[in-house]
Design a binder for this molecule. Sequence first.
Ligand code: GSH
Length: 255
Amino acid sequence: MSEKHLQTGDALPPFGGKLRLFAMRFCPYAERSVLVLNAKNIPYDLVFINLDQKPEWIFNFSPRGAVPALEYEQGKGIFDSNVINVYLDEKYPEVPLQAADPLRRAQDKLIVENFSAAQSAYYTAAFNAQALQPSHLENYHKGLELLQKELETRGTKFLHGDQAGLVDYTLWPFLERFEALPLLGKSEYAIDKSKYVILLTYMESMKQVPAVKTYYLSADMHAKFTESRVKGDPNYNMLDSSAEVCCFRPRKKKE
Ligand SMILES: N[C@@H](CCC(=O)N[C@@H](CS)C(=O)NCC(=O)O)C(=O)O
């Protein structure tokens, strides 16, 4: 699979007869759907697109050209990670990823909902640092604390249970990226080893889940992409040239 991001003027690759996911390699929402497809062992093709110079055909699958979008039949698409993932889980029930108990499903949705302020804080810290307020840092740590508390209460390896499920695959792409923040000079956003023992153990378990492992990118790589985007020139294709990936140097925190 090529990591090259198709852009304006590039042709839509021929349909291969499988489900096709349109994504951007560094998009956490697209990662959610990649992980669900992987976890459910559904064959699929992945097409990356440049979000700054979108290929014309992406709008046939996603009206605003946002990713992820899923081509579920040739020429027909649905979009939004949560919509796609619930569709996949219901359409391909062999490996169910949602809890069987309706109350547990509702609680899983609430965890995701309650985590959203931490996600917004991450976006501000990573991409719009000049707009950061003390409330962002508070919301970020509140989100991490809530997650840790929930893991402790549930007492299972993953939020879903002994195996990772939809709730885990929905949250994970953000936790993966949170680890890049200290490398971007945001040391107060570090997930502290002594405070977040349970959460960090969970994160290490998530990294070992096969569905995650094959798509995981290190904090270094996320930091490098983030820096390029903040500079206004997102390096979508940086994984195509492995030499560039190896040597991210953390920026010194401004005093
Ligand atoms: N709620 C959507 C959010 C998707 C989203 O924001 N994706 C970003 C990339 S990470 C995007 O495509 N933005 C549109 C753009 O850049 O024009 C989902 O869950 O799929």
